[in-house]
Design a protein around this ligand. Structure first.
Ligand SMILES: O=C(O)c1ccccc1N[C@@H]1O[C@H](COP(=O)(O)O)[C@@H](O)[C@H]1O
Length: 233
């Protein structure tokens, strides 16, 4: 399977700055703050239980006005084809993030049906959770390594919970990957140092309250990445 979407600086040895995805944007001001901060990706959440949920019309308005060069990502959770058909028909996108219990076969189907790169989220709480990641390497364009949500959590992500980043030390995957889960402006440099991540994803950690992004925290998050050195694995 050809890799259709590899962000610059994401393959081993390519170096480059650590790239940020800021997820759960809900307003034009959020998008402007993310672009101003130099983030690479803007995430729009389509999951009604989330405080960051957007209607398709709202997301379309934000995505159409987003600056060129800011990659627009639709986050969905076990979405039907009907929902994805509706999103992709209206919202200009660069990537689909699957953040539910989608099987490898479903990842492959979404990728083929929509012709967009797909990032599959995998929840990690302990070392054995990493074993499940391998089956997605063959079908996803990118892997999102996130904290596993607590049992009975309303949200499968976006809970502001971190996992033990040392679990990733010494690991290498065949696909570009992103680190997520409980990242903040204060801890992201340490997370990068410990894991070697070259891409990071944040939602709660740059919010003043659930669903309300804080431009100062977004700027502090990307500023914290500016001085992260080469990975020490
Ligand atoms: O942000 C949400 O509301 C959300 C809802 C459903 C699935 C995933 C969600 N967010 C993603 O979760 C991770 C970690 O978020 P946090 O920084 O710990 O709050 C991130 O990838 C978000 O894209």
């Amino acid at each position: 399977m050809p890799v259709r979407f590899v962000a610059p600086g994401q393959l081993p040895g390519q170096g480059g700055a650590v790239r940020a995805k800021i997820c759960g944007l809900r307003s034009a001001g959020d998008v402007a703050a993310v672009a101003e901060a130099g983030a690479a990706y803007a995430g729009f959440v389509f999951f009604p239980k989330s405080p960051r949920n957007l209607s398709i019309d709202e997301a379309a308005a934000l995505a159409i006005e987003a600056p060129v060069g800011l990659a627009k990502v639709a986050l969905v959770v076990d979405a039907s084809d009907d929902l994805l058909d509706a999103i992709t028909a209206r919202v200009p996108l660069d990537m689909i993030q699957l953040h539910g219990a989608e099987s490898p076969g479903r990842v492959a189907d979404v990728r083929a049906r929509y012709g967009l790169p797909v990032m599959k989220a995998i929840g990690i709480a302990e070392a054995s959770d990493l074993e499940g990641l391998a089956q997605y390497e063959a079908v996803a364009d990118q892997i999102l390594v996130d904290a596993k949500p607590p049992k009975n959590a309303d949200l499968p992500g976006g809970n502001g919970l971190a996992f033990d980043w040392r679990l990733l030390q010494g690991r290498q995957w065949r696909r570009p990957w992103m680190l997520a889960g409980g990242l903040t402006p204060k801890n992201v440099a340490e997370a990068v140092r410990l894991t070697g991540a070259r891409q990071v994803d944040v939602s709660s950690g740059v919010e003043a309250s659930p669903g309300c992004k804080d431009p100062a925290l977004i700027a502090a998050f990307t500023a914290a990445l500016a001085h992260t050195g080469a990975p020490k694995l």
